[in-house]
Design a protein around this ligand. Structure first.
Ligand SMILES: NC(=O)c1ccc[n+]([C@@H]2O[C@H](COP(=O)([O-])OP(=O)(O)OC[C@H]3O[C@@H](n4cnc5c(N)ncnc54)[C@H](OP(=O)(O)O)[C@@H]3O)[C@@H](O)[C@H]2O)c1
Length: 237
């Protein structure tokens, strides 16, 4: 069995969880780490026994023996970091949210296709067995025709203007942080709604990011009723 040599860009909070979990896989090892700070890269490498250590993101793409990179930087850097790897032929697992907008996502996907390199969003809930099981039950008709999906995700987060969740310059806000999870469920059950069929509302912090948001996707129905609705609510107070 091939052992895949992983690299990490952005050794922060979730990168540590990722590095811990990588130890559980028989065919994976942590091979390289890149930070914007040589000191942080060295500290992370010491903590996890990483052989190749880079104090600039640009340098990890030249790492010998590197098979794949996990990108764990703030949202606004996902596109740039992903393109860096893809253009050097290195496969990427990119943290959610995949990108800041559609245009950026298209550039990332185009680069993966052009370079014929693997690219995936690290949207972990998609891989929870219960998620697959729910989709199976729906597909088998176990619960009959699905008319509505209601989905909610939230957590308490004390306000901190500098933290990436409240910092607009880092892509802060509830929708991009966890609103994507209820949205994913809707997309899997009902597919993509037309843009004009999305209703949304949000409450904003003084840093101008959404501290909570609610959105409704509306879908045409096959049956007697005119519309089906998917309600998603998410709160991050
Ligand atoms: N899948 C999940 O369950 C999950 C959970 C949490 C977070 N995430 C995603 O993972 C990403 C990182 O989240 P996190 O909570 O790990 O964030 P974090 O603790 O702030 O770590 C992000 C890392 O990115 C690097 N970075 C580069 N430029 C930065 C800047 N201008 N400001 C702050 N950090 C910068 C930093 O490392 P260096 O400067 O040392 O390179 C930092 O440690 C986010 O996109 C988030 O949505 C996913």
């Amino acid at each position: 069995m091939k052992t895949y040599n992983w690299g990490i860009i952005g050794p922060g909070k979730i990168a540590r969880k990722f590095a811990d979990d990588l130890k559980l896989l028989p065919n994976a090892r942590l091979h390289a780490v890149a930070s914007t700070s040589p000191q942080r890269a060295a500290a992370f490498a010491g903590e996890y026994g990483v052989e190749h250590v880079y104090g600039r993101y640009e340098d990890i793409v030249h790492c010998p023996g590197l098979d794949v990179v996990y990108i764990a930087t703030p949202h606004v850097l996902h596109g740039e970091n992903t393109l860096l790897c893809l253009e050097h032929g290195i496969p990427v697992l990119c943290e959610k949210p995949f990108s800041m907008n559609t245009a950026e996502a298209r550039r990332m996907i185009a680069a993966a296709r052009r370079n014929r390199v693997f690219l995936m969003e690290a949207l972990w809930t998609r891989f929870i067995p219960a998620f697959d099981h729910a989709l199976e039950l729906i597909a088998q008709g176990e619960i009959g025709e699905v008319h509505t999906v209601k989905s909610d995700f939230g957590f308490m987060m004390p306000f901190d203007a500098q933290h990436r969740i409240f910092n607009k310059a880092l892509g802060g806000g509830s929708l991009l942080d966890i609103g994507i999870y209820p949205a994913l469920l809707a997309l899997f059950v009902f597919g993509k709604p037309e843009t004009e069929d999305i209703l949304a509302a949000a409450a904003f912090t003084r840093t101008e990011v959404d501290e909570s948001c609610a959105f409704t996707f509306q879908y045409p129905r096959k049956g007697p009723r005119a519309r089906s609705q998917h309600h998603c609510r998410k709160h991050a107070h």
